[in-house]
Design a protein around this ligand. Structure first.
Ligand code: ADP
Length: 479
């Protein structure tokens, strides 16, 4: 089985969030399961740091109306996977992946329209004929439509397509004039295809054109078919519900491993947890927090409305008054930056707000925290809670999407419990869960839940097999 993944970000070469973790760790797990895997992504300004040792394997050109571009194709073979990079400095060598902090580049339509074309041109040039092309999120939706168009026109053998929704809230909806960036005939600019209320939607291109749709947790697969969490795409998703399924994400348990993590001041595991206390002490020192015997609530997140960070901001004063400590690592919306630094100034020693993207520090926050906050308004899967559990921090999270599939409330389910759940979008509910967390801290039940969390298998092994089964079914259905 030959599979090619297309993604706009792939860790460790580029990353803004969980999408990159998935596209960087699912492919090696598929290779481990015996599949032949190639991943294609853009080469950004910072990619070099992680992708030293690439070699140029082709120089190609692609065009869309009004725009012709040359690009270089670079390859790196690592962990059983061919990592291909589309190198086009004019499009991708910029400060930021999708835009400067808190904004989008105005030509993201052209950037990712051309990326999709370039990826398919690279496959043709290298005589790579995959069984399946697996596209991730709106940036790669057009590739599904381009392949479908090719199939309709009776081109050479066209692969099956899978489109995975990592976050329905990001849709790549552009003005109608952006249709040219797809480089397709006019016939697809209709409501049955990519038109979305007069705009052109890159996400919808994937939703309507792919052979199979997946999303990153079973609960989110149900939620996105409802008006409440369907972001306007629920009618399309209900229409395609027969080919839509939810497969829970895994994490790279080699990389996210507190027993070997090189970013930590001390190592620990469920069997030998002593180092966790040392990590907590070091994190207090590093971030200026005081009294490390207090419970520490950590958070590592994009500062976006989706993540419910405003609920954390509103809860901090009352919790600090009860002795809690907070360490928030995040970047995003300017108003949340302001609110969090305001709290740090108001409660020195009790609140640390580190407002940047910092991978090594993220590891230390997971390792040093007693609880991990994820009061998301919606959460397709969420990796933070799984990493936190592995690093011995109990999630305080909302009952939605992948959080509902991976966090089990200690009160509702004492035998399986590994955290505290509350309902979505309820400050009172979140505050009650935080109060419960404070009461739980240091009790035998807390210790048992922490051990249970650390022992849970969050690896890709079983999940990669689910994807492999899906590819098999897809190919069999097309024969
Ligand atoms: P999302 O994909 O919606 O951003 P996830 O929980 O699925 O949320 O994944 C978030 C990933 O990004 C995790 O690996 C988390 O550690 C990382 N991350 C988020 N913000 C930061 C930050 N400021 N610094 C370092 N890592 C971050």
């Amino acid at each position: 089985m030959k599979v090619v993944h297309l993604a706009s970000e792939v860790a460790p070469f580029s990353k803004t969030g969980g999408l990159a973790d998935v596209t960087g760790s699912l492919p090696p797990a598929l290779a481990e399961a015996g599949l032949d895997v190639t991943v294609i992504s853009p080469w950004y300004r910072d990619s070099e740091q992680a992708a030293a040792g690439t070699r140029t394997i082709a120089r190609l050109r692609v065009s869309i109306p009004g725009h012709e571009t040359r690009f270089e194709l670079r390859e790196l073979c690592d962990r059983g996977v061919n990592w291909w990079f589309i190198v086009q400095p004019g499009l991708f060598d910029r400060g930021g992946i999708y835009g400067p902090p808190g904004a989008d580049f105005p030509d993201n339509d052209t950037r990712y329209g051309l990326f999709c074309r370039a990826a398919l041109a690279a496959l043709a040039d290298r005589d790579c004929e995959p069984d399946v092309v697996h596209c991730h999120d709106w940036q790669t939706g057009p590739a599904c439509l381009l392949l479908r168009d090719r199939a309709v026109r009776g081109g050479p053998t066209v692969p099956g397509t899978v489109f995975t929704i990592h976050n329905l809230g990001y849709q790549g909806n552009f003005p109608a004039t952006s249709y040219d960036a797809l480089g397709l005939q006019r016939e697809y600019f209709t409501p049955e295809w990519v038109e979305y209320f007069g705009k052109v939607s890159f996400l919808k291109a994937g939703l309507v054109a792919a052979d199979r749709l997946t999303t990153v947790s079973p609960t989110y697969a149900r939620e996105i078919q409802t008006e409440e969490l369907g972001f306007g795409m629920d009618p399309v998703l209900r229409h395609r519900s027969r080919v839509l399924s939810g497969i829970l994400n895994g994490i790279d348990t080699g990389y996210w491993n507190p027993a070997t993590d090189r970013f930590l001041p001390a190592r620990f595991s469920a069997a030998d947890p002593a180092g966790k206390q040392e990590c907590k002490l070091a994190l207090f020192r590093e971030t200026g927090l005081t009294e490390p015997n207090r419970p520490l609530f950590g958070c590592v997140t994009r500062l976006a409305d989706q993540k419910g960070v405003d609920l954390i901001v509103s809860s901090i004063p009352a919790l600090v008054a009860q002795g809690a400590r907070f360490c928030v690592l995040g970047t995003g919306a300017p108003e949340l930056h302001e609110a969090l630094s305001g709290l740090q100034n108001r409660f020195p020693g009790s609140v640390a707000a580190i407002l940047r993207f910092d991978e090594p520090l993220a590891h230390r926050v997971y390792a040093g925290s007693d609880f991990f906050l994820m009061p998301s308004r919606y959460e397709p899967c969420g990796l933070g809670q799984m990493i936190a559990l592995r690093y011995g921090a109990l999630p305080v999270a909302t009952r939605t999407g992948g959080l509902a599939d991976t966090v089990f409330d200690l009160k509702e389910d004492p035998a399986r419990g590994n955290g505290l759940l509350c309902e979505r979008d309820s400050l009172a509910g979140f505050r009650a869960a935080l109060d419960r967390a404070l009461a739980l801290f240091g009790t035998p039940a807390y210790g048992r839940a922490r051990r249970r969390g650390m022992q849970t298998d969050f690896s890709w092994d079983a999940r990669a097999r689910e994807y492999a089964r899906l590819y098999d079914e897809l190919v069999a259905a097309r024969d």
